[in-house]
Design a protein around this ligand. Structure first.
Ligand code: GLN
Length: 307
């Protein structure tokens, strides 16, 4: 299999669709991103990264960051995490509040906004959100073997300035006692990790451990236990695209995570990690052209967790 050729073919294949979908504008700083951008990268265990298009240009990873905060929180608090967040698909939008009342402030899963805010809350000790963000940056830079990874602070400020919905979710959960830190402290860490800027190549490399039972196949570093790694993949498969998760599993058949910046991360257990970027989204906030590109990738490689 020649992945270098395959990613080039995919850029040609998506060409007629380039620019499709709607760029997120509820976070004003995301609205000005060029909708014609497209990148794809596939990181493999030999340390290679096969990429094409705009694969080296950093973009706002948004909710894809929730996968990394989940991994960190599981490392830190283990299974106690599941007392404050569930692991069922929500079947509703990423920023939905409706289910929180019925389930007494316990979010359905760690990948919807409410669940991710609880996960982030777990990462903050002594009210120090800056330390939690520094740890996340350190971990991502190490995993990606790239010290240049950073947060786009314009995006973080823009999201905070327009963050009424996430504030509502956080205050609602706080009313049930499901946040340990001050609401604004938890949100300041949440907004910053959503504003992480990574390229497709950096993202695929940083997530490679998820395809190899929690161990980075390039450096040999163990990051998570195999069981926790499998569970993150299971949650990505069932919840990674909110109310679009079933369609993503049907079409692509890999654990994945979307972000409203237009990125998608897909994990291919035992093979590698793939990332795509195209800013135009479908109604559920998944990149339209990114999903098409991943469909083209699995069609060519035969990759699927369903055999
Ligand atoms: N930061 C975004 C938000 O909280 C993340 C949403 C997403 O990428 N699906 O609304």
């Amino acid at each position: 299999m020649n992945l270098a050729e395959i990613v080039k073919e995919i850029v040609a294949e998506i060409e007629p669709h380039r620019g499709e979908g709607k760029v997120a504008d509820y976070i004003p700083a995301l609205a000005c991103v060029d909708p014609m951008k497209f990148g794809i990268a596939v990181a493999t265990p030999d340390g290679e990264c096969h990429s094409a298009g705009d694969a080296d240009e950093p973009f706002s990873v948004q909710s894809i960051s929730k996968v990394f905060t989940l991994a960190l929180a599981l490392q830190k608090v283990g299974d106690d995490l599941w007392q404050r967040v569930g692991r069922e698909p929500s079947g509703s939008a990423f920023n939905s509040i409706v289910q929180l009342e019925h389930e007494r402030g316990i979010p359905r899963n760690p990948l919807i906004n409410a669940g991710a805010i609880v996960v982030t809350d777990h990462l903050i000790d002594n009210g120090d959100a800056d330390a939690a963000i520094e740890l996340l940056l350190r971990v991502l830079r190490d995993h990606a073997e790239d010290q240049s990874i950073d947060i786009d602070y314009d995006v973080a400020v823009s999201e905070s300035d327009t963050g009424a919905r996430n504030r509502s979710l956080a205050w609602f959960m706080a009313s049930f006692g499901n946040l340990e830190n001050d609401v604004e402290v938890a949100l300041s860490a949440y907004f910053r990790h959503c504003a992480l800027a990574l390229s497709c190549a950096q993202l695929a490399r940083a997530a490679l451990f998820l395809a190899f039972n929690g161990e980075d196949p390039v450096t040999g570093e163990r990051i998570l236990t195999p069981q926790r790694c499998r569970r993150i993949n299971a949650i990505m498969m069932s919840c990674g695209h909110y109310d679009n998760s079933g369609d993503f599993a049907f079409r692509i058949g890999l654990p994945g995570k979307s972000g409203v910046g237009g990125g998608i991360l897909a994990i291919v257990p035992g093979q590698g990690a793939a990332a795509t970027w195209s800013p135009g989204l479908n109604e559920a906030g998944t990149s339209r052209v990114g999903a098409l590109a991943l469909e083209a990738l699995v069609a060519r490689t035969g990759w699927s967790v369903f055999g």
